[in-house]
Design a protein around this ligand. Structure first.
Ligand code: ADP
Ligand code: ZN
Ligand code: ZN
Length: 749
């Protein structure tokens, strides 16, 4: 038994339902994740395994309508009233206890009261773990068919023979309209046998064409040569500008591994770009390509998982969670767009980063890890000097130029009387699209509610006097007052009525979402056909693929979207990329704002001019002189890095220091604040002088889903493995109604 566990609390194993769900060495990986990210092993196992496998029984509550007197609410306490009304709002009057608790403050008290009165009852719903799906399969037993057969019996046998002697019974019925009784009588005659067999639920994707390896450019060939010669664990940073052919390098690195019966894991940031990428892989490697990500159904994930365990040589393409894909014979891991923040899990715990886990996994498997990006993360850039090998693809394929980037100063547009969200340049470019029948992309950076405040006349941005970050706009529900607040140190001030710099009254918070932009497009360019591509329009399964193929078929002129658009789309017809307002990226109140802005803008610019026709990029901003904008304009990654790294270093932010963020949340604002203060003190006692403790401060959005949120930021030196194991003990200091999440290496604060 693990240390510190009371042996009397350990129960006997009752039953083994399934076994062999991951390769043996996997325990080491899971343990390391649990330790590093300050969680228990079981939480990590739950997260790593396909969902639905380790379900718990759930306590549910049901309204006993027959026992409920009229006007019952009048008799009971406030929390009981709330429980009653929530149960009443559901047709069957039935809810999981956990849901009630999440919705109602003091729900447990109300629940107890109502059970005592006999108006509701509580019961345990048994878990429904996911299982293999069994189906009947019909197998042909005879070569020559007997004489006395009916017409439909003979027909069934012909179909079977045509299908290679085997077919699912349901398919025989559905596709060929052969009845079950026909098949049954064939079985009696000894011609076929019907058996139950597992049918894997694997994602069915449309057919792709075939594709051959392309002759490599000299830079690609050099990179491939280095990669092919790697033996054992090593890390490679493949830094290639947008459209330089990184994917072709991956494909040609993978092919010989498959020939050696190895498997390969390819991680990509979001499902938004998976369809295009999977199609390219399937065109090259056929049906040895599988996908694994959270948009699959539970059944599909379960079956894909078990399919991987068979050990057949394959390529698995997936998002973050696929880093736990149980491929037993891994020959290579590729993390494409390695800088992308969606590789980091924010909730639920463990808050792992797939890149970090990938380095551990590659080391355990003793295989290489390729990190690919046009805009490497600062972490990987610094890592190159220590552990990783650096490969560069500095040019686009066929020496196509990177698109020229035009910066439009929106202050001047306003002064010139243009109040549209589109500058003159962008308007003219959109007109041209229509005339020349080309396609464009409009990027809109809308991130949550919290946003920065800037002056429309002079571009002044409200910043924290202590922290060198922009202040966030807050609106309090109670007093309807507008406040500006710093997430880092909790400096708070009232939103001034006029600009402190130029006294202009146009001091406004920013944010125009995709919806507003499409409205404006329709108003100003009625002939222009657009498709909105964001998390609202892509919620349904397959919607990503559908919208992108509509666009690729030319059914729209402009694709309007958020972050999702920036990720690896390779659309040859796109000649124009417009960034409606870059400022939302530049002044996000986060120490990583510049890095993220540079990456996003460079990536989105990189969508233009990938085909034969040259591209054009227009970035609209109120801060044309911002250094990030300047580096994006000149496609100059090193210039950006040379400026950003010293800033991080001087403040000991990653990659020069490590951060751990404690998120403290609860329904009672006062209790949450007090707990946060208590925890900050406890951290001070436990962690040495080398650790800097910032806060506690309220989170940027202090109240979400009725929960108050406070943060404590711990800053460590990055050298040496820090003993942070103690932090899990902090949980015991929290009252039951307050929860603590320990976010190790948080990406945003
Ligand atoms: P990246 O992943 O670096 O953005 P891609 O791999 O998507 O770049 O390549 C950009 C385009 O160039 C793709 O359409 C790809 O098919 C094409 N391409 C890549 N390598 C070659 C090559 N060696 N010869 C011809 N075309 C290539
Ligand atoms: Zn001003
Ligand atoms: Zn501050």
């Amino acid at each position: 038994p693990p240390a510190g566990l009371d042996p009397s609390k350990i129960r006997e194993v009752e039953d083994v339902i399934t076994s062999g769900f991951f390769p043996a060495y996997y325990w080491q990986l899971l343990n390391r994740v649990a330790q590093y990210y300050c969680t228990d092993l079981i939480t990590v196992i739950r997260m790593a395994l396909p969902p639905g496998l380790l379900e718990k029984s759930q306590r549910r509550l049901r309204l006993k309508t027959e026992a409920l007197p009229k006007g019952a609410e009048a008799f009971c306490s406030l929390s009981a009233q709330q429980v009653l009304s929530l149960l009443n709002s559901q047709k069957e009057g039935d809810y999981s206890a956990r849901y009630l608790q999440s919705q109602i403050r003091g729900a447990n008290r109300g629940i107890r009261e109502l059970i005592k009165r006999g108006w509701i009852e509580s019961y345990l719903e048994p878990p429904k773990p996911i299982r293999a799906k069994l189906q009947k399969v019909v197998t042909l037993l005879v070569q020559t068919f007997p004489m006395e057969l009916t017409k439909s019996q003979r027909e069934a046998l012909e179909i079977l023979r045509h299908q290679g002697g085997e077919i699912w019974l349901s398919e025989l019925k559905k596709t060929y309209n052969i009845s079950v009784s026909t098949v049954n009588s064939l079985q009696k005659k000894g011609c076929v046998v019907i058996e139950e067999r597992e049918r894997l639920r694997l994602l069915q994707e449309p057919e792709t064409g075939k594709d051959q390896a392309k002759p490599l450019t000299p830079a690609q060939a050099d990179a491939l040569k280095v990669i092919s010669n790697l033996r054992g664990f090593s890390q490679v940073l493949l830094h290639g500008v947008t459209g330089s052919g990184k994917t072709e390098v991956y494909l040609q690195a993978i092919a010989p591994l498959l020939a050696q019966k190895k498997s390969v894991l390819v991680l990509v940031p979001e499902i938004g770009l998976t369809p295009q990428l999977t199609d390219r892989f399937r065109a090259r490697f056929g049906d040895r390509v599988y996908v694994y990500h959270s948009a699959l159904s539970d059944g599909e994930r379960y079956d894909t998982w078990r399919q991987m365990l068979t050990g057949t040589s394959q390529v698995v393409i997936g998002t973050r969670s696929a880093i736990f894909a149980p491929l037993p014979n891994l020959g290579l891991i590729v993390l494409d767009e390695e800088h992308d923040s969606s590789f980091k899990q924010i909730s639920p715990i463990p808050t792992y980063h797939a890149r970090t886990v990938a380095t551990w996994r590659a080391a355990l498997e003793n295989c290489p890890l390729i990190l690919g990006s046009a805009t490497p993360s600062l972490e990987s850039w610094v890592n190159v000097r220590q552990d990783a090998c650096y490969l560069s693809l500095p040019e686009r394929i066929h020496s196509r130029p990177l698109p020229p980037v035009e910066i439009v100063d929106m202050r001047q547009e306003l002064q010139g009387g243009n109040r549209s969200i589109f500058s003159h340049s962008l308007q003219e470019a959109l007109e041209n699209l229509l005339q020349q029948q080309k396609q464009g992309i409009l990027f809109v950076s809308r991130r949550g509610h919290s946003t920065f405040v800037s002056c429309r006349s002079c571009g002044y941005v409200m910043e924290c006097p202590h922290c060198d970050v922009s202040l966030s706009y807050h609106y309090t529900h109670e007093g309807a007052t507008e406040l500006l607040r710093c997430h880092y140190c909790n400096h708070t001030q009232v939103h001034p009525p006029t600009c402190p710099e130029c006294s202009s009254p146009y001091l406004k918070f920013f944010g125009s979402g995709t919806q507003k932009v499409t409205q404006e497009l329709t108003r100003q360019f009625p002939e222009l056909r657009w498709i909105r591509f964001d998390s609202d329009t892509t919620r349904q399964k397959g919607a990503h693929r559908e919208l992108l193929s509509q666009f690729a078929r030319g059914e729209a002129d402009v694709l309007v979207g958020t972050q999702m658009l920036t990720k690896g789309l390779d659309l040859a017809q796109v000649t124009l990329v417009g960034v409606v307002a870059a400022d939302g990226l530049l002044f996000h109140s986060d120490y990583r704002a510049s890095e993220r802005a540079f990456q996003t803008l460079t990536q989105v610019a990189g969508r233009a001019g990938r085909g034969e026709d040259p591209g054009r990029v227009i970035i609209q901003t109120y801060s044309p002189d911002h250094p990030v904008i300047q580096s994006v304009r000149s496609h100059n990654y090193t210039q950006f890095i040379d400026r950003e790294l010293p800033q991080r270093e001087s403040l000991s932010y990653p990659p020069y220091g490590r951060l751990i963020l404690l998120r403290i949340t609860g329904m009672d604002g006062v209790e949450v604040q007090q707990t946060a203060e208590l925890l900050a003190d406890a951290c001070g006692d436990r962690l040495g002088n080398e650790c800097e403790i910032l806060g506690p401060a309220p989170a940027s959005i202090m109240r979400v889903a009725r929960r108050y949120r406070w943060h404590i930021l711990l800053k460590f030196p990055s050298d040496g493995e820090y003993m942070i194991g103690d932090l899990t003990e902090l949980r015991s200091l929290c009252p039951q109604s307050v929860s603590l999440t320990i976010d190790v290496d948080p990406l945003s604060i």
